[in-house]
Design a protein. Structure first.
Length: 226
């Protein structure tokens, strides 16, 4: 049984989700506005947060951003009627782990919740060291040659994906799905943009490259930098 925090202001939707989750042996706390969500979330630990974006007082993006300042581990699933690619990217870049669009099938919502809970309970190796780069998954820190490298949430997720797949070509589609959780249109360049951000941070002031572009295919993290 998981303790789930549901933030949803649509009364019928909230009641439906709460009842269905409780019937599946989960405990659910429900609030209907952003200000109350911030207050209640700080008062007790939760296993997962389901967060609507359009809310009174504080919207879901603001709530997610606030929570991620101190809590980077608890899974956050955004549930919203906003379905454009830009809306999804904004929500996921704020720190959400998954994004579902209304209307939805409860079976899919439950499957995504269970997947997020399984991911939370998996304890991977806390430290990944490849060459000069050391990535700590417990406190989300990165160092190169003993010097701390400050990364955003998505830059860190991107580097972790690359370092968990060394010397392997990852396509843009794979990276987009693994880091942002969505399939991007072929014209979207968000992967390339963030890869450039990451490269600049882990290579500037150092000797040797780790991340390489494979033309027509994607990107690769080489364990032996040039």
């Amino acid at each position: 049984m998981a303790h789930i925090f549901l933030v949803e202001d649509e009364e019928r939707v909230a009641a439906f989700i709460k009842k269905a989750l409780e019937e599946n042996n989960h405990k659910v706390d429900l609030v209907r506005d952003g200000a109350e969500a911030i207050k209640q979330y700080a008062a007790k630990p939760y296993d997962l947060l389901i967060l609507d974006i359009t809310l009174p007082y504080l919207n879901g993006i603001e709530i997610c951003r606030h929570i991620r300042k101190t809590d980077k581990e608890t899974p956050i699933l955004m549930l919203t009627a906003l379905d454009s690619i830009d809306d999804k990217v904004k929500g996921l870049n704020t720190g959400a782990d998954d994004y579902m669009v209304k209307p939805f099938h409860f079976k899919e919502l439950l499957a995504r919740i269970e997947a997020l809970l399984r991911r939370k309970n998996i304890e991977p190796d806390s430290t990944i060291v490849l060459g000069e780069i050391c990535l700590n998954t417990h406190n989300n820190t990165v160092e190169r040659a003993g010097r701390k490298v400050s990364l955003t949430t998505k830059e860190y997720a991107l580097l972790e994906l690359l370092m968990r797949n060394p010397d392997k070509i990852l396509t843009r589609q794979t990276i987009a799905f693994k880091v942002w959780g969505i399939d991007f249109d072929t014209g979207t360049n968000v992967v390339d943009v963030y890869m450039n951000y990451l490269r600049n941070k882990i290579e500037k002031g150092f000797t040797g490259k780790y991340i390489y572009t494979v033309i027509g295919k994607g990107y690769i993290f080489k364990t032996e930098p040039d």
